[in-house]
Structure formats: structure tokens, C-alpha cells
Write a protein that binds this ligand. Sequence first.
Ligand SMILES: Cc1cc2nc3c(=O)[nH]c(=O)nc-3n(C[C@H](O)[C@H](O)[C@H](O)COP(=O)(O)OP(=O)(O)OC[C@H]3O[C@@H](n4cnc5c(N)ncnc54)[C@H](O)[C@@H]3O)c2cc1C
Length: 464
Amino acid sequence: MGGMPVSNTYRKLSFWHDTVPGSLEPGEPLRGDLDADVAIAGAGFTGMWTAYYLSRADPSLKIVICERDIAGFGASGRNGGWCSALFPASLGKLERMAGADAATAMYRAMQATVDEVGRVAAAEGIDCHFAKGGTVQLARSQTQLERAADEVAEARSFRFGEEDLRLLSAAEASELADATDVVGGTFTPHCAAIHPARLARGLAGVLRSRGVSLFERSPVIDMGPGRLVTATGTVRARYVIRATEGYTALLPGQRRAIAPVYSLMIATAPLPEAAWAEIGLASRPTFSDLRHLIIYGQRTADGRFAFGGRGAPYHLGSAVRPSFDRDPAVFAALRRTLVELFPVLGDVEVTHGWGGPIGVPRDWCASVGLDRATGLGWAGGYVGDGVSTTNLSGRTLADLITGTDSELTRLPWVDHHSPQWEPEPLRWLGVNAGLRAMSWADREEARTGRPSRAARFVGRFLGD
Ligand SMILES: Cc1cc2nc3c(=O)[nH]c(=O)nc-3n(C[C@H](O)[C@H](O)[C@H](O)COP(=O)(O)OP(=O)(O)OC[C@H]3O[C@@H](n4cnc5c(N)ncnc54)[C@H](O)[C@@H]3O)c2cc1C
């Protein structure tokens, strides 16, 4: 850090950190031992929503969060800002796990969560640029169009109607986002674009004002029943919650629980109105297309494109390092893809490039749970869909901890245990082969115009 204030280092984490109001100077670390009712490792959205809803349910609870860096340091401060109703396990998979009604209830709960995030942000005065413009998913080939139709058919078979997800004609899709080669698409209203670091830092402020003890630069080095241990002190608590997502593998005994896979993003300089007039996205819907290797974008409140995708390699041993956040080849590929979609961006300036680890469980199914006997709880494994899901986690963990039987505690992801990942090097081979199969499938489909055989492997990789 070379003598530079640490807050400057945190500013460089992402476009969002660079543009979030307020100081990024870390708060006090934990000094000495403490007693609490609930101790949480990690101040991302999971940890902070959990503390938020607990403090509302019972303001007398003593809640402590220990964060390794600063609140919003991880994926929660750096993501694509899709506050969506997406859940990493498909309806079909949830049906096989728990039945059709449970699958539908899970997806309905996700839809309600998008509005809940907007409601709390407004109620707490957090200006996170929340704009509920929905999501437009473009189909840019016949095979992508077939996939769009399959998605809509699956939604219908679970009684989700036109008002939840509908097929778009080429003209309707282009009206929303005028990209190249558009032959159709889908639209769902269940998504808001947000500035994630504004939400994360705003939440941290709200928690402090509600009396939650949020210690920063306090890495947890061990946790177990009744205790959360840092190098500078131990928190003793009846309930101990793991909210470390993509960093979980670094904790003792958790190496094979969740694999960190990198997602990388770029942000452009603000675009002139004339460019936006050509592109569209007028009501700020988030957008993607139906390729296998996911891309995602949003028009920011200050008129930029924030655009990301997967494709960076998984690193042996579930390693997580700051240098993995930046991969010039991936940034260049993202810029190329963006210009392919919107040629008007031909000489656009890219001002920011960054990334971070998302947490992938072995069966790609997020989960939340609490072992009442030990008091140990967790939430995570959101893959790339954690911005809203973490809010549902927070409400659910609050209900579980306070012993409140609710609709939330009966959802099928509660107490779901994903299997462990394979030991290395099998994990490295499997994850990277899966990532590569997705790009192969996209290239093969572009070349042949037919569904790729590699796509079947992708399906298997996703556990569907
Ligand atoms: C580039 C990118 C784009 C994404 N885009 C989207 C999107 O558009 N929509 C969407 O829904 N999801 C998206 N995601 C995923 C989403 O951001 C995450 O699922 C979500 O933020 C997870 O929240 P979390 O609180 O569980 O984890 P995190 O936000 O990662 O928080 C974990 C926290 O724990 C801290 N920590 C780690 N180890 C320790 C330790 N030992 N002791 C103390 N603290 C520790 C970390 O510093 C971090 O602050 C994206 C992710 C990335 C990286």
C-alpha cells in the first residue's frame, strides 16, 4: 500500500467504489474479547441484511460483525447491480428437490425480494439509484430464440404468466435494446438496476446507527460453536453466522464448501445522449443475451455502460487473490463483445475494469440454514445472483435465529446442504472444463446455427 491511505486502495476496487459517496476509511477493528447474541463473519449483503433484520426483529439483541476489509469490500460492492429475481437453481431442479409448489414459492419469494430491497433503501434513505426497469434478454440467433421460448414455456408450466416473463418479437426486443442481430428475446419486470456500493455502504451506516457493532479490518481466522475468532479478539455468541461467500474456502475446514469463480466487469465513460438514443435501455432495464457464458449489463444512473461476464479461469486450490480481479485479456474481450452488440460504441473509452469472486456450490443451489444445536448458521452459494437473494437470506436467518416459523423458513433452500467439491486437482479440472465448454458451445452455435453438443455438458455442469 506504499504509504497511501487505505481508503484510496479501496476506491480502486471497482467503478462503484470509485463513485460511492462518503469515506472508505476502515472503522475500528475488534480489540479484545466480547460477548454477543449473534456474531457474523463478513460484511457483505448477506452479513449486513442478517444484522439489519435481526436488529429490527429484536432491538435488544447484541449483534457483532467482523469484516476482513471494509463493509462492501467483496462481491456486494463490486457486482453488476442486477437486483433480480433470478435464483441459481432452475424451477425444474427445485421441483426435483422439493416439489412444484415449493419451486414456485421460491421464485415468488425472489420476486418479492426485489421490491423489499427497494422498500428498505427508500425507508432508510439509502440512495442506491434503484430503478426497477426489468430485464431484457436478447436472442441473437435462432438457437438463442429457441432457448428463450423454452424458458418461457418452463415458467408457464409453473404458472408464471405474461406479467412475469414474456417472449418478445425482434421489434419489441430492439425497441428496448437496439443491439445487432436481434431476432427476439424475453422481458421480465422483476429486476432493478442499482449502484451496489451505495447500497452496501448505506447499509453499513444504517447498522451502526441501529447499534450493531461492525468491526472492519478484523479477519476471522477460526469459527465454531459459540465463537468467532480474530487475531485481535474473540466474539463469544450463541449464534455464529458464516457470510463469507467467495472467500469461504479460505476459512479452516471450508476448503471444499464453495468454489470461488471470477466474474469480471468494465465500465465506460458516460455516453452522449445521442448514443443512448441509438442504444435504448431508456428505463434502465438490465440486459443480457442468451449465450451460455453469461454476460450482463446495465445503463448506470450517470449514463455509462457497466458490463460484465464470466470466463476468467478458476484458480487451483480455490485461491482468491487481488491480482485475479484484473485480467486484461478478459477486459478486452468484454469491450469487444460490447462493441459487437452496440457498434455505436466503436471508440468508447473504458474507464474502469475490475472483478471479484462469486461463490459456486457443487450443485449450483444457494442455501441458507441454521443448526439449532450448535448455533452455527450460514447463507451463500448464490453463484452470480446474490444481490437480492442475500436480502432473502437475511430475513430468513433472522426468522431462524429468533425461532419464528414463517413462509420464508419453509422455502426449499432452507437447510439444503450442497455436496462438497472434489479435492484438487479434480476441482480445477472440472470447473475450468465447464467454463471452457460454455465458450465452446457459444462458438459452435454461432458457426453452425444449431444447438451445440457442448451445451449438454454445460447443462450437466450446472447440475440440471
Ligand atoms: C463482478 C461481479 C458481478 C456480479 N453481478 C451480480 C449481479 O449483477 N446480480 C447479482 O444478483 N449478483 C451478482 N454478483 C454476485 C453478488 O455480488 C454476490 O452473490 C453477493 O454480493 C454475495 O454477497 P455476500 O455478502 O454473501 O458476499 P460478499 O459480498 O463477497 O461478502 C463477503 C464478505 O466477507 C468478507 N470476508 C471474507 N473472509 C473473511 C474473513 N475470514 N473474516 C472476515 N470477513 C471476511 C469479505 O471481505 C466480504 O466483505 C456479482 C459478483 C461479482 C464478483
